[in-house]
Design a protein around this ligand. Structure first.
Ligand code: GAF
Length: 381
């Protein structure tokens, strides 16, 4: 991949490039908790977006996206979104300059191996890779957390997804062999070894691209806020669902519209599951962790309503295959992948069984990715 990138860059721009790689992410548990200022447990993976970059001495950014065979140029004087994937670049360019940072024009080549629409955060990886590249090239002095916020703001203002901070954070802060327990309010985080040599993290792609996600995702966020506004009348110190105890929610159940109660109850119990899950991981107790993953799927499907038939099928089916410690849908939902913790020597059988079962019902073979937990964004060459 890297050699190919260097060669294509040379052919296109007739000069040498610096190459940055920023990974996608998995999240073991703690879904839809980041924008509720709770905890998440992501890790960066071995699939990345690569950006090859060199200054061009002008005020223009020239981009070639190898995967889509598409070119695009824009002036540094960005003021508004345009369309599609280039909004990620426009947004990062805009928000870096909004911080008073001076950048010049660049030539870019973008490529990667994160499946698009599979819920592994290729968009966060793109923002991270491009932001990281500009930061390196122009010595802007931005921290990894600054870059994560720039990526998040880009989603909010140039893409329209009111996302939390998990994906950008994970792409920039990942550490090989570790997941990160991030407190999305204080932004303190702890690296927890994911040290199970006998197990693999296996993603199964439902092949449903999560394109509906942005509007429904934003609705979930509003419903959580609606719940908070009601609960706050009783508990003025509550600022987000992270602060709500299950008993407090149950006590005021009748005041919340049923759908809002369901959304809030998923989030409140997901916080408990995440905390229990971290303890289980620290004790090497994958059996308990797996049960928590299954409960998370149940909540995401039945109470948070962000799953779909294909994801429900994959999560259910996985539970009946030998060697699977846990399985659930991962990420924003409405499509994308399930995350499965599978005994290393059972991965082949798992893959065959789940592909055959899915194919029997949906007439399509789901892609399976056996992932490694890797470092976050970095200069590759
Ligand atoms: C998407 C969002 F971008 C994240 O911020 C997070 O909310 C996730 O869905 C669900 O946990 O990936």
């Amino acid at each position: 991949m890297i050699k190919k990138l260097q060669q294509v860059f040379r052919e296109k721009y007739n000069k040498e490039a610096t190459i940055i790689g920023a990974p996608g992410r998995v999240n073991l548990i703690g879904e839809h908790t980041d924008y509720n200022f709770g905890f998440v447990l992501p890790g960066a993976v071995d699939k990345k977006i690569y950006v090859a970059i060199a200054p061009n001495g002008t005020d223009t950014v020239n981009v070639f996206a190898n995967q889509f065979n598409e070119s695009y140029s824009f002036s540094l004087d960005v003021s508004e979104p345009h369309k599609g994937w280039m909004n990620y670049l426009l947004g990062v360019t805009y928000h870096i300059q909004q911080r008073g940072k001076k950048i010049g024009g660049v030539d870019l080549l973008i490529d990667g191996d994160i499946p698009v629409g599979a819920g592994m955060s290729s968009s966060a990886a793109l923002c991270s890779a491009y932001g990281f590249a500009l930061n390196e090239l122009f010595q802007l002095g931005l921290s990894r957390m600054d870059l994560a916020f720039i990526g998040q703001k880009t989603e909010h203002t140039f893409v329209g997804l009111q996302c939390g901070i998990m994906d950008q954070f994970a792409s920039l802060h990942g550490k090989k062999g570790h997941v990160m327990k991030l407190d999305c309010r204080s932004l303190e985080y702890e690296y927890i070894p994911f040290d199970f040599p006998g197990y693999k993290i296996v993603l199964v792609n439902s092949m449903v691209s999560h394109s509906l996600a942005s509007s429904e995702y934003n609705v979930r966020r509003q419903q959580c806020e609606e719940g908070i506004a009601i609960l706050k009348k009783h508990y003025p110190n509550i600022n987000s669902l992270r602060d709500v105890e299950p008993a407090q929610l149950l006590q005021h159940r009748d005041e919340l519209p049923p759908i809002v109660f369901d959304r809030c109850s998923y989030v409140v119990y997901e916080k408990e599951r995440l905390l229990a899950g971290c303890e289980a991981l620290k004790k090497n107790d994958l059996a308990t962790f797996g049960k928590l993953m299954i409960a998370t799927h149940e909540g995401l499907s039945k109470k948070y309503s962000v799953s779909c038939t294909e994801l429900d099928f994959l999560a259910e089916c996985a539970q009946h295959i030998t060697g699977v410690a846990g399985s659930r849908m991962m990420g924003g939902g409405f499509g994308g992948c399930t995350i499965n913790i599978v005994q290393a020597d059972a991965v082949e059988n798992f893959t065959q069984k789940i592909q055959a079962a899915f194919n029997g019902l949906f007439k399509q073979t789901p892609e399976v990715y056996v992932t490694q937990i890797e470092d976050g964004a970095k200069v590759i060459s």
